[in-house]
Design a protein around this ligand. Structure first.
Ligand code: CNA
Length: 239
């Protein structure tokens, strides 16, 4: 990362009023939550089944006990705190520069940092519903339940997280598309941009200030107006 890149990003931010930040698991790695596709990410660890299979809708129906063992151990990020990136994004919103955070994360850390307008494309581990009576259950309930978490009515509780084979919430997609379409600066960070349809939302951006901040290369690097291959923490601590 060069000083020129930081200066350019700072200038663009100072000239913007409708910034949208589009992020992924890399936003929370510096809070201590591993991502999926980095070398030490979940997809490079060994399990009985590929993680994509375990966190799929059909697997959840077939073997909820195994699903929950994996989910509790690897996907339920409780007790983590927002980092500098979450906090700077919340500040930019308070300053009236940022209109929305669109995230693929399910950890709730943007809201914990103070962000108000957060579109969670893949849901949140903080919301859990009984599949029979729709009663709400907390993440702590799911974490502490023995085996498969069950509601008082006997129904199985399911996290409000989009599993493989499941569709995204239409209202969340529409709000994300609208925010991205009207953005004057789109900052994309901490995402491999390989998970669809989420990654495809970038095509709704109409401006000429697309910034990509990611440790690894992404398939969208060549489309960006500014690419920074570095950690988000290093970049955001200078903004
Ligand atoms: P991914 O595919 O794991 O990619 C993460 C990307 O972030 C990689 O390209 C890394 O190089 C990059 N990266 C990691 N740490 C940093 C950092 N500190 N600074 C800059 N770049 C970094 O994750 P995606 O979000 O693209 O994939 C989408 C999945 C991952 C979504 O469905 C999420 O729900 C899911 N996920 C979420 C969390 C969470 O909520 N914190 C954690 C793990 C996975």
């Amino acid at each position: 990362m060069s000083m020129d890149q930081i200066e350019k990003l700072k200038q663009w931010i100072s000239e913007s009023k409708r910034i949208v930040f589009f992020g992924g698991a890399g936003v929370s790695t510096e809070s201590g939550i591993p991502d999926f596709r980095s070398v030490d990410g979940l997809y490079n660890q060994k399990f009985e089944y590929p993680p994509e299979e375990i966190i799929s809708h059909s697997f959840f129906l077939r073997d909820p006990a195994y699903f929950y063992r994996f989910y509790r151990e690897k996907m339920l990020p409780l007790g983590f705190e927002p980092n500098i990136t979450h906090r700077v994004l919340a500040r930019l919103e308070q300053e009236g520069r940022l209109s929305a955070v669109v995230t693929q994360n399910i950890d709730g850390l943007h809201q914990k940092a103070g962000s108000q307008t957060v579109y969670e494309l893949h849901g949140s581990v903080l919301r859990n519903y009984c599949q029979r009576c729709r009663k709400f259950h907390s993440a702590e309930f799911v974490k502490n339940a023995p085996g498969i978490p069950r509601c008082a009515c006997g129904g199985i509780v399911k996290p409000d997280v989009v599993l493989y084979e499941e569709g995204l919430d239409q209202d969340t997609i529409e709000k994300s598309v609208t925010a991205i379409y009207h953005a004057d600066l789109l900052i994309v960070g901490g995402t491999s941009l390989t998970v669809y349809p989420a990654a495809g939302l970038l095509r709704y951006y109409r401006g000429n200030r697309l910034v990509l901040i990611n440790r690894d290369e992404t398939p969208y690097d060549h489309q960006a107006d500014l690419v920074i291959h570095d950690s988000l923490g290093k970049v955001f601590s200078q903004l």
